[in-house]
Design a protein around this ligand. Structure first.
Ligand SMILES: NC(=O)c1ccc[n+]([C@@H]2O[C@H](COP(=O)([O-])OP(=O)(O)OC[C@H]3O[C@@H](n4cnc5c(N)ncnc54)[C@H](O)[C@@H]3O)[C@@H](O)[C@H]2O)c1
Length: 401
């Protein structure tokens, strides 16, 4: 019996390539469908792509490409996506959501040709928007546990007692951000609210990207159940590690800080740097992907995949400065980015029940990323590029006055 064949869309990318490596290591046969999107791979096919994986260069929204890639496949990881800060809203829906629908369309049209037994979708913490908050005043003046305390004692009784005062806020209004008022305010009393760990029931996407991912979750659940195709949706948080493309704006905090430090410049911090984030290493993510593929308890479920630790953006900058052995100080110029969230830390207890645990701390992810980016050519030409484009498009703005 040949080993099962797995299609990984977006397999040339960051999470996809690490997932491909692990699948091959575990004896699966792998096919990759990736269009080598120029904003992610301006230099073409990356050298890390393994020869043992079959590679189809094609588009996930092109019916011919997807049907060729799907033929004879047992499992699918649908990781290809358009992700950016750009205001090209329709592209998120077109690439991300339409491709997920097309996957079902093809499989349902001919189950013999497309004998897919499970699809795992890349979703995102972006589905949860600003996440969950609790208003201490409306909760009767009780001081709620901090996110750090919540992580240490998940679902403690104190935590449950306060859940009636929990809000899922809308994105912060532009006028508020222009005033440099970064925190989330209570819709009832206007007081500053405190972040609560984000569970899988939290849904409030605030961007076209987040909406495209939530639509995928709905398709995965409804069409998957209707046609008996098990699905799993993985809400990754901020994934870190080597191969995270440093060309596009989306590739985030490690790229922004590392590119500047590589060229002797201090990291620039948006807002005040106190935003809490939850970073997870790409190898831990790849292990989570394999786990849900092989465990039927994951079928038709949504899972948070995060690092289990809350780190501020300023702390992340310090971790990076230490790793560079730099004595530069981060700059906080009073800028912010439209679409950013304030505090987003995921509750990963649901995935833990399946036996998964994040194992690689942020410090190590940063060291691995720096070692990788040091080996890349032509980093200088991309140093300001993403920032310049975001400024031109009005994504990066400055506080008034
Ligand atoms: N990296 C993160 O922190 C993070 C967080 C949450 C969710 N995700 C999701 O995880 C998945 C993988 O993300 P990543 O960080 O590895 O991104 P990535 O950009 O490194 O990889 C995505 C890959 O998809 C390919 N691709 C894009 N559009 C395509 C198309 N139309 N047809 C075929 N291939 C196409 C790209 O060429 C790229 O190789 C995405 O769905 C993303 O939305 C990532």
């Amino acid at each position: 019996m040949p080993s099962p064949k797995v299609l990984v869309t977006g397999g040339a990318g960051f999470i996809g390539s690490h997932t491909v490596d692990l699948l091959l290591e575990k004896g699966y046969r792998v096919r990759i469908l990736d269009n080598l999107q120029p904003r992610v791979h301006p230099r073409g096919k990356p050298s890390y792509m393994p020869k043992e994986a079959e590679f189809i260069q094609g588009d996930v929204v092109n019916q011919d490409d997807l049907s060729r890639a799907l033929r004879g496949v047992d499992y699918v990881f649908h990781l290809a996506a358009y992700q950016d800060y750009m205001p090209d809203f329709s592209t998120f829906i077109h690439t991300n959501t339409e491709s997920a629908a097309l996957l079902f369309e093809l499989i349902v049209s001919n189950r013999e040709r497309y004998p897919v037994q499970k699809i795992t979708f890349a979703s995102s913490q972006a589905v949860c928007g600003e996440g969950r908050y609790l208003c201490p005043t409306c909760a009767g003046g009780i001081n709620p546990p901090t996110v750090h305390e919540q992580l240490a004692a998940l679902h403690s009784s104190t935590f449950h007692l306060l859940s009636s005062a929990i809000h899922i806020p809308a994105p912060r209004p532009l006028e508020q951000l222009k005033r440099g008022d970064w925190e989330i305010h209570c819709p009832d009393c206007g007081g500053v609210m405190q972040p609560v760990l984000i569970d899988e029931d939290t849904v409030s996407p605030g961007t076209a990207y987040g909406i495209s991912k939530y639509a995928i979750e709905l398709l995965a659940d409804r069409l998957g159940r209707r046609y008996g195709i098990p699905t799993v949706c993985m809400r990754y948080t901020y994934v870190q590690g080597p191969r995270n493309s440093f060309y596009n704006a989306y590739s985030g905090i490690a790229r922004r800080f590392a590119l500047r430090l590589l060229h002797g410049l201090p990291p620039i911090i948006y807002e005040d740097g106190q935003q809490l984030r939850d970073y997870v290493n790409v190898c831990d993510v790849a292990r989570a992907n394999l786990l849900v593929l092989e465990d039927d308890r994951a079928n038709f479920e949504v899972f948070n995949v995060g690092g289990g630790r809350a780190v501020t953006v300023l702390e992340f900058a310090r971790i990076m400065l230490d790793a560079f052995d730099s004595d530069l100080e981060p700059l906080i110029p009073g800028e912010f980015r439209l679409g950013d969230t304030r505090h987003t830390v995921s509750d990963i207890s649901k995935l833990r029940v399946l036996g998964w645990e994040p194992t690689i701390p942020v410090e190590q992810s940063v060291v691995e990323y720096i070692a990788w980016i040091r080996k890349q050519r032509g980093t200088k030409e991309y140093l300001e590029e993403a920032e310049r484009v975001m400024r031109e498009q009005g994504v990066i703005q400055r506080i008034d006055g």
